[in-house]
Ligand binder design. Sequence first.
Ligand SMILES: NC(=O)c1ccc[n+]([C@@H]2O[C@H](COP(=O)([O-])OP(=O)(O)OC[C@H]3O[C@@H](n4cnc5c(N)ncnc54)[C@H](OP(=O)(O)O)[C@@H]3O)[C@@H](O)[C@H]2O)c1
Length: 330
Amino acid sequence: MFLYVILALVLLYVFFFKIDSDLTLYFYDKFSPSLHKLSGKTVWVVGSSSGIGESLALQLAKLDCKIILTSRSTDKLVELKKQCLQLSNKLTEDDIYIADFDVTDNEMIKSKFEEIKKRFSNIDLLINNAGRLYLSKFLEDNEEDVAQLFQLNYFANLNVTREVIRFWKQTNQTGQIAVTSSTAVYMEYPFIQHYSVTKKALNAAYNALRIEHKIPITLICPGPVYTGIYANSFIKGENRNPDHAVFFNMTSERCAELSLVAVANQLSEVWVSKQYYLFLIYVGKIAPLTLNKIATLLMRESILERICNVILAEKKTDCLKLEAVSLKSE
Ligand SMILES: NC(=O)c1ccc[n+]([C@@H]2O[C@H](COP(=O)([O-])OP(=O)(O)OC[C@H]3O[C@@H](n4cnc5c(N)ncnc54)[C@H](OP(=O)(O)O)[C@@H]3O)[C@@H](O)[C@H]2O)c1
């Protein structure tokens, strides 16, 4: 009996603390990562200057992929290009292209893509990763900010994809798409409900696109990952809390590693997160009413206020007064 208890505890420990994805991806990662399938491909990483996108670019460089780096921060991309070149023996200066622009500008997408097409014969893999968080209390929501959020997280994402698919059709080529979605698709939290909706919308759009165009599309749904996502979100800069790392437990490197395993194996959707977090999603799937009741019971006003204060390092409710501040203006 004692042995069974120990065994059960060990299994629970492994399940909750060692497995950091859904079980399908876990088995692929352990037994068939197949990352070599990505070697030498041309990959466009949109949103590559920091966090998950930066880690993806670095790991793709190790696989000798030609890479197109996109974000608004030219300096960071120049530095990233240097690091990528150091990681690969095969890549040359010409194999990594910096396409620095704001993806919410549709005309820029078109003109930059024209430049990209002149340099690379195909885009074998598009990774649509650019996105931002928007933190807001419902009564303090600002429609303009929400529209800006949708412009980046949803419309810009699909606009890039539309150009790439058109190119594939025109040139009789094909490729693969990966999209950084979020587990927030399956769990609605106070303060980030609009962000959740943008990611739900992406999932819906890409699930339909996969059928319409018969293209392998991987929806990557990370749980909390330690990146600058809070620092870069649509909130006032002075309210940022550098200690937000306490909430996170996955590195962007690990998230990128698992994401690439999913892409290499053409998995349609994966969840990348520790189990204790995913467990709540499983409960929500099996018994949505129960999860809703538990959340409503636990998330009292005082607790919500505390979460708000910890995240934003402010004492009062006005800490969530929103103002869309771009990183550039900081
Ligand atoms: N971190 C998490 O816990 C988490 C969890 C689930 C999903 N995600 C998703 O993962 C993706 C990456 O986020 P992250 O956590 O790595 O955060 P991050 O470090 O803030 O990365 C966001 C990336 O998007 C780029 N970007 C933002 N606005 C842009 C614009 N208008 N035009 C071009 N590029 C733009 C940023 O570059 P510039 O600012 O230099 O332009 C940066 O490279 C996002 O889609 C996010 O929603 C993150």
